[in-house]
Design a protein around this ligand. Structure first.
Ligand SMILES: [Mg+2]
Length: 365
């Protein structure tokens, strides 16, 4: 730190890492069978390195791995020789280069904040708050058969998970039966349902009515209608107010989107993801949503332990995230699945976290 050049980027490198999944991650709009993410490493003049990850979800955001890699390679070249001692101002200059590629932006911000906090000897969460809130993740029950839902929920319950996020939105009759099967695994389990834009407003209300008639209501219903159907979102929210939280995911990818959601009273909760907006804007989205009285969820794309741990730092530092959906490492095999502050039941313990994010991704050890 005494070296005035400590914050100068000496070297930056981009690589694409593939990791196998335990089971295909199926949602209403598509599926992942492997993780294929783009990683950025920046090395400061004092030898300290920072790492960032872009989780590219073509079926959700329309981004691609080649474009994300090319954008990050350009950014990596532009970083070399630059000073990151004022990281937020530094990162602001890159925003335009990542228009339409916020997963790439998230990776750049992650690498810069990781290097900066490592150099300062503080954990990443300290950028966002004064003490880390405890976080317990839900676990996802992916789209599949009735049997698969029951088997997965039973195994995850035994493992220690107490909140299930059931993916629905392809076949309403089967969806109702799958949610019921999951809810029967334990009366103590909480149920979240994520439609991933698969229904319309009328269909969503029919779905909830069918569940209620069988004695089950989810705590939270995520993105029931297509992302631009603000009227539909608001209609569902009004109809179930006080009983079920309605959460925007695909509808809210920016500060502008969350302001619109607030203005239209379209939802009662927001799913914040680093990959939708980058880290700096994710913080702004969370603060705006909370100030308007909305509940917060921290979520993720198909992210490995690096980005998942970064998201946990943000949520723990900011606090106020009632819903935590940071479970993708449980669907991965190999070194990308190893998250240092996460136990087998989905609990993050960041109170004793070391500097930075705390993860060196595979291929950079
Ligand atoms: Mg979602």
């Amino acid at each position: 730190m005494s070296d005035p050049l400590w914050a100068v980027v000496r070297r930056a490198r981009v690589s694409v890492v593939e990791a196998p999944l335990v089971t295909p991650f199926r949602i209403a709009t598509g599926q992942h069978t492997t993780l294929e993410n783009v990683f950025l490493m920046i090395e400061l003049a004092n030898g300290i390195r920072g790492f960032g990850e872009a989780a590219v979800a073509p079926h959700i955001t329309g981004e691609s791995v080649p474009r994300t890699r090319d954008n990050l390679k350009k950014a990596a070249r532009a970083c070399e020789g630059e000073d990151i001692s004022d990281p937020v101002s530094f990162l602001r200059t890159f925003r335009a280069a990542f228009t339409g590629n916020h997963a790439g932006l998230a990776a750049l911000e992650m690498a810069v904040f990781d290097a900066w906090t490592r150099a300062r000897g503080i954990p990443l969460w300290k950028l966002f708050g004064i003490r880390p809130a405890p976080l317990s993740s839900d676990i996802t029950i992916v789209i599949g058969t009735l049997d698969e839902a029951r088997t997965a929920a039973t195994a995850f319950f035994r493992q220690g998970f107490r909140v299930f996020k059931v993916k629905v939105g392809r076949d309403m009759d089967l969806d109702v039966r799958r949610v019921l099967a999951v809810s029967r695994v334990s009366p103590r389990a909480g149920i979240i349902v994520d439609v991933n834009q698969g229904y319309d407003a009328a269909g969503t209300l029919e779905f909830l009515k069918a569940l209620k008639a069988r004695g089950v209501l989810p705590l939270l219903l995520e993105q029931p209608v297509p992302r631009d159907d603000w009227d539909g979102l608001a209609r569902v929210t009004r109809a179930v107010r006080g009983r079920v939280l309605v959460c925007a995911d695909e509808s809210v990818k920016s500060l502008e989107d969350v302001r619109r959601a607030i203005r239209l009273k379209a939802v009662s909760a927001v799913n914040v993801k680093l990959m939708k907006s980058g880290i700096i804007e994710a913080e702004a989205i969370a603060r705006a949503a909370r100030a308007a009285g909305l509940e917060l969820m921290i979520g993720a794309m198909m992210e490995s332990s690096l980005a998942i741990t970064a998201a946990a730092h943000l949520a723990a530092g900011l606090g106020g995230f009632r819903f935590v959906d940071l479970d993708t490492t449980f669907f991965l095999k190999g070194p990308s699945a190893r998250a240092p502050y996460l136990d087998g039941k989905g609990n993050f313990g960041l109170a004793d976290a070391g500097p930075g994010i705390g993860v060196v991704p595979p291929g950079f050890a």
